[in-house]
Design a protein around this ligand. Sequence first.
Ligand code: AMP
Length: 419
Amino acid sequence: MTKTFKQFKLLPEILRALEKKGYETPTPIQAQSIPILMEGHDLIGIAQTGTGKTASFLLPIIHLLARYKKKVKPARVRALILTPTRELASQIEENLKLYGKGLALSSAVVFGGVSSKPQIKNMQKGVQVLIATPGRLLDLMHEGHVIYDQLEFFVLDEADRMLDMGFINDIKKIIKVLPDRKQTVLFSATMSKEIEKIADGILHEPKKVEVTPQATTVEKIEQSLVYVEKKKKPLLLKEIVHERKIKSALVFSRTKHGCDRIVKNLEKFKITAASIHGNKSQTARETALREFKNGKVQILVATDIAARGIDIPEVEYVFNYDIPNDPANYVHRIGRTARAGKSGMAIAFCDKEEENHLKAVEKTIKSKIPLDKRLTDFARTLKLPEAEKGNQSQGDSRARGPKARDPRSRKKRFKKKKT
Ligand code: AMP
């Protein structure tokens, strides 16, 4: 029997917000988690972004906070949500405001990279829900701006990413000062020994829920591979965006400079684009994301790190402008499309020098990415502007003949160029 949100006996304000947002049925992780949390149990959830996991912890927390109203004293919080990135923190707050509309739950977001003054001010009166990244939260805690004696809920979101990003010690320090009596939720896309250890330390007789592993999400994505010379990638991207009238696409690049170059090229072709990567200020990243979300910018170009955990539900296409050297990133990248039941397209551009990376990716996903022969043939016919022809062969050893394939001769060529 299909579940509806009504079955969870959530407050009418929440049900109205969900209806307005157009959510008809709970996703599998929501169907499993919400009843458990409504009953007051601790929960360990194995699910990645895109499964609807945010609402699966936010909805019951909003319900319980609003159903059993309590005033907070200065600097106090009733619910703490820890998440690895600033983008994710902002998104969670957006969702909180959306689902909790009309319930007057105060909230604050705390993350690094911006001034802490407004964050401290927001905490002065205390808030019902605090969403934070670990580093900045610790700073504010040390200064006495966040106090936990009224804490009732604690969520550790994306626990595996937190560990990947080196937050383990910060998390331990935070956990140590939280009161014992509270309801705790841990979400992670994967389970490892280290996560189990954390879970053991913070969860009390938790119920475990798990949704379809990564591979199944990937199945909904129509993947394809195009062989293309490195120099022709900008042209090919432009042609595909024009031909398919793409309104929103995410383009991944391995490097920050690569991102900027791609944006420059797209803009030359009158395609609106913006990039997010580590060299961009928080404000610039937020602006880029907002403009992409509201359709002002067609293409968002990102590095793997910057894109972690961003939720962009309406993305139609993901381009692997280069093949990632860490094959796990391929799965993360293409997972940005086909979210929450939608289908999506993922196109990978591969030049000859990336074939080893491609092999590693295919080994990881345990299948071959289907070759788009038509696009590969088309890419071959693309004509480079005269000025760029000179070093066109850098990316395609086949085009240069056997001599160029010899790494020693390539070295010489580069050396010669430098001098
Ligand atoms: P999350 O995994 O929490 O990042 O959610 C992924 C996307 O699914 C977000 O864009 C949510 O707005 C959307 N979403 C969450 N729950 C539902 C639902 N029950 N029905 C449709 N979309 C949903």
